[in-house]
Design a protein around this ligand. Structure first.
Ligand SMILES: [Zn+2]
Length: 248
């Protein structure tokens, strides 16, 4: 928070917000993360990837996440990332894209969300946290801003609800030990901020957080509901946006 600024008026007098976000639509999220969240009635945001095999195979179960109070957001169809990553298929690197191609893919990803039944406005997470495509690189942030309520960036810190741009909200990788995750929640509370955690695998798949660490975090968030507002990325972004408009 900006020194001297008033504390952000989180709903119900709470002192901070936390959004739990999950990228790439991998099986451990649909199974493990959804189960742990459901057991505590905590909402999460799943930034699904159009090309995800698990999404094709278990489409109904992914859709069911909406009914359980979770958010489905966009993480593109093909996950374009810099060509320096050897795992990015050639033809789908950021360098292979230009703005019209990215624009078309963003339309496609919104179409997918609509087909899945995800209500508008939608939100977005930049693949690899990259915001540029093409050669020479050009920002596609404006393309995202005109389509999405908010987007998750990758600057690794607690977001300031008064001043951080909703088109690139800072987020912290949650693949950490339980103690570190709990510390981040404390840090958000002390700052009156918005902690956006990004996860990949949960107890499996790639770049995973351990199941026990994820569970300990959720347990803490459930126990501290009165002080910490755990809400989807979309709902917090909408709330933040409304508070700012009121203040202006
Ligand atoms: Zn990703």
């Amino acid at each position: 928070m900006v020194p001297g600024a008033t504390a952000f008026p989180w709903p119900g007098g709470r002192r901070a917000a936390v959004s739990l976000t999950y990228d790439d639509a991998v099986p451990s999220q649909r199974v493990q993360a959804a189960r742990q969240l459901g057991a505590r009635q905590l909402p999460g945001t799943f930034f699904v990837l159009g090309k995800s095999e698990d999404l094709s195979r278990h489409r109904r179960e992914w859709q069911a996440l909406l009914g359980a109070g979770h958010e489905l957001g966009s993480h593109t169809i093909h996950h374009p990332c810099d060509c320096s990553h050897s795992w990015v298929p050639r033809g789908y690197t950021s360098q292979d894209y230009d703005l019209p191609r990215m624009s078309a893919e963003l339309d496609q990803t919104q179409q997918l969300l609509a087909e899945l039944g995800a209500p508008v406005p939608h939100t977005f997470a930049y693949p690899c946290g990259e915001t540029q495509v093409g050669q020479p690189p050009q920002s596609y942030v404006p393309l995202v801003s005109e389509r999405f309520l908010a987007a998750r960036g990758v600057e690794a810190r607690v977001a300031d609800p008064w001043s951080d741009a909703l088109e690139q909200v800072p987020a912290i990788d949650g693949a950490r030990a339980a103690a570190e995750l709990l510390q981040l929640v404390d840090q958000a509370e002390a700052a009156g901020g918005w902690l956006v955690l990004l996860f990949h695998g949960v107890g499996g798949d790639h770049l995973p957080v351990a199941l026990e660490a994820h569970e300990a975090l959720l347990e803490q968030l459930a126990n501290r509901r009165g002080a910490i507002w755990t809400e989807t990325f979309r709902n917090v972004a909408a709330y933040v946006s409304a508070c700012r408009a009121k203040q202006a």
